[in-house]
Each structure stands twice: as C-alpha cells, then as structure tokens.
Design a protein around this ligand. Structure first.
Ligand code: FES
Length: 123
C-alpha cells in the first residue's frame, strides 16, 4: 500500500521517546460534538507539528482531517493550529515551523471556530 510518505514499510527511524498527541476531532456532518483523540507517535529527527500530523495520517489514522498540501516553509500559513506543549500556554502557530521534542505531550486544535472537519478550518 502506498501513502503520502512513501511505500508501506518505509517508516522513518524512531530516534527518541514517542510523542503523545491529543488532537481535536469533529465532523459536523456526523458528530454531535467535538472530541479529543489521543495518538502515541514515534519521534523521528526534526519532527514538526506538521510532520507529526502526516505521520499519524500515514501510519495510524487516515480519517484525520488536516491540510496536507502545504509549503512546509512557514510561508502559506495553511498549517496554522492552536498548540499546547507539555501543559504550557496554548498559542496559535504555523505547525511546520514548530519543532517537537522527544517525549513531549502536545494538544492540537483548529486555529478558529470555523471548522470544516477536525483541524481544517475555512479561510
Ligand atoms: S505549511 Fe505553509 S506555513 Fe506551514
């Protein structure tokens, strides 16, 4: 089976303690209310919030909605989310510009209330 990161079995090498990610999930067409879903994700070198989402989508849950057609360079801002790391203050960030530390706990939410699905919002 192929997917966005390449062929199955080509998983990047884990290089640190896994990341725990709680991600906002909501499909207005079927869900009565939002929920948070927890994922445990192998940490790989230079992992960002954006690559974390791609990792989850590719290897754990292809129902996760996020914008994958992105610049990955901090230019387009389509990866913007609200992020909380290790119980710190929640802030709006461009996910591709935020490096993650091994073993961290992140909470990822949509950056506005105009949710299309999960962390995808209308512009
Ligand atoms: S992907 Fe374009 S700013 Fe993050």
């Amino acid at each position: 089976m192929s997917h966005i990161l390449g062929e199955a079995g080509a998983h990047p090498e884990e290089t640190g303690e896994p990341i725990t990610a709680d991600i906002y999930r909501f499909d207005p067409s079927i869900d009565a209310k939002p929920r948070m879903e927890r994922y445990t994700v192998p940490y790989c070198n230079r992992m960002s919030v954006f690559t974390l989402l791609r990792e989850i989508y590719a290897y754990q849950d292809q129902t996760l909605g996020f914008r994958n057609q992105q610049c990955g360079r901090g230019i387009c801002a389509t990866c913007r989310v609200r992020l909380q790391v290790d119980g710190g203050k929640e802030r709006s960030v461009k996910g591709c510009t935020i490096p993650l530390e091994p073993g961290s706990h992140v909470v990822i939410k949509p950056h506005s209330d105009n949710v299309i699905r999960d962390i995808v919002v209308a512009f």
